[in-house]
Design a protein. Structure first.
Length: 139
């Protein structure tokens, strides 16, 4: 049986952030903690070894595969900060164009540091991502 690698657990979020070697990434992680908690209304929880997630939802794919995932989250990784915010298959393109220096994948945005992006635009993308996921996967 498939066992997901990314599961919510009781790991200490602050302890994880404090383990981040780069002081700037650590500082950015604390700011992201504030932003994500404020916008999601959920406390931070560790998901897997390195993702800080806020809220959760249950998904079921057409293939029958199902599981749980955080509504939104981030990870202050060594190379870049990963922001787990749905990019809505191109719908967020106008907002992403205003975000600042970043790269993106299907449901993730990568930034070097928060100074590279527009925080107000980031907040709009996070809020839209939460709304989109809650519409797609109602509780």
């Amino acid at each position: 049986m498939y066992e997901p690698k990314m599961k919510e657990h009781d790991g200490d979020v602050i302890e994880f952030i404090e383990s981040v070697e780069n002081p700037k990434k650590r500082q950015d992680a604390y700011r992201l903690l504030e932003i994500f908690e404020e916008l999601s209304g959920h406390p931070p929880k560790m998901w897997g070894p390195s993702i800080i997630g806020f809220g959760s939802y249950h998904y079921i794919y057409a293939s029958g595969h199902e599981g749980n995932a955080p509504l939104v989250g981030f990870s202050p990784r060594k190379a870049k900060i990963s922001l787990y915010i749905g990019t809505s298959e191109g719908e967020n393109e106008p907002l992403l164009n205003e975000l600042g220096k970043h790269t993106s994948g299907k449901s993730c945005v990568y930034v070097n540091k928060l100074d590279d992006i527009n925080e107000d635009v980031l907040k709009k993308i996070i809020a839209k991502s939460i709304a989109d996921i809650q519409e797609l996967y109602p509780a």
